[in-house]
Write a protein that binds this ligand. Sequence first.
Ligand SMILES: *[C@@H]1O[C@H](CO)[C@@H](O)[C@H](O)[C@H]1NC(C)=O
Ligand SMILES: *[C@@H]1O[C@H](CO)[C@@H](O)[C@H](O)[C@H]1NC(C)=O
Ligand SMILES: *[C@@H]1O[C@H](CO)[C@@H](O)[C@H](O)[C@H]1NC(C)=O
Ligand SMILES: *[C@@H]1O[C@H](CO)[C@@H](O)[C@H](O)[C@H]1NC(C)=O
Length: 351
Amino acid sequence: MMKIRSFFLHFLIPIVFSFGFITTCAGENVKKSVDDNRDDNGETNDESKDESLDIPVESEPNNITCTRRQNSQMHELLAAGHQQFPFMAAIMSQQNEYLCSGVVVANGLILTTAQCTQQPLSYILLNTTTDKKDDTTVSLHVIKTERFPTFTGTDSLKDVGIVYTEKHNNSIATKIVLSNYTNPRNVLDLEGIGFGLNADVGQTKELQYVGMENRSPEEVTDVLKVYFDCVETKVTTCFKDTGGPVLYDKELMGIVIKGQDECSKEMSSTYAVNKRMADVLPTYAFKAWLDEKIKKNDEQEQVALVAYPGQPVRRSLLNDGLHKFTSSRVEIITSTPAHIFTGFVCVFALY
Ligand SMILES: *[C@@H]1O[C@H](CO)[C@@H](O)[C@H](O)[C@H]1NC(C)=O
Ligand SMILES: *[C@@H]1O[C@H](CO)[C@@H](O)[C@H](O)[C@H]1NC(C)=O
Ligand SMILES: *[C@@H]1O[C@H](CO)[C@@H](O)[C@H](O)[C@H]1NC(C)=O
Ligand SMILES: *[C@@H]1O[C@H](CO)[C@@H](O)[C@H](O)[C@H]1NC(C)=O
């Protein structure tokens, strides 16, 4: 009897334990591979393949077929996290009213629309995810503004300008890299960023971003018209902002010169709505002009900014004797103790 009991203790219990660990480990792998199969819309690839087929729809007011491209990166409006887009600037008036978005292209140089620069600008906010000042945001005074030479008013096509502000150090913001595309060919999925894209009047304007599509990539146009379509969402969808960047491959493909004030409350993935979201002035329309301004600015530059997707330099951490890690390394260690533990246990169990 004792012998059987010790047999249990020495063999069966460890076996039962290892079985439990192995299922846990296998479970993690299964979960991971499901995540890997997801695209940006949170749907599995199989589903999006189905949706990309033409689905004929009968007797509905919007019975146009939803022709979504395969692997489209289009996605609903999402709230941006802190430091997700460290080149974003909120352009503000003297009365602390939000006016428009801007994008850091060099230290003290903010790109926006020419129409925005015609308003009474006072300061800009950096390191912010809302249009409200607080202890963690950085506000910089506007020194002067410039508009594209051919801009004469609302009818001018090249509605682009720059705002010169006080300089800052490279621990606050990154700059965006200008795309060197010279036409919109092959540029399909674009990400638009702005403050309060679907916010009601009087609401705080949160930093948001949305995946959109360039519908006519074959056309060589002066303005890109980008759309939102065929995505299942309950998020109110519109684009009530201008001056913000439109990214392609993490580079500046253009700026939003006209948004969309009409909001759709809900959208279905099967019925086409062809929601026009924004008119985008492509970077190639003003790159030569802007490159020159950046070059001039950089010649008197003290602190060079890190280029996005790099993160602002975290000086305070480097100077602090207690934390001689980069901030990202600290985050990895503190955010994943559970994974490290499971990994260790898995290795132990397999051993
Ligand atoms: C949708 O279908 C109905 C009836 O099938 C038709 O009368 C209507 O014109 C269609 N609408 C569109 C936008 O195609
Ligand atoms: C930027 O904001 C974060 C929190 O939102 C804060 O921890 C950090 O100190 C801020 N950076 C600067 C340079 O103010
Ligand atoms: C960078 O700027 C921030 C905010 O203006 C300041 O707190 C910090 O000390 C500066 N760092 C350096 C190294 O100048
Ligand atoms: C465009 O930029 C990419 C990297 O950003 C570079 O590899 C490429 O050579 C550039 N093309 C031109 C024509 O400058």
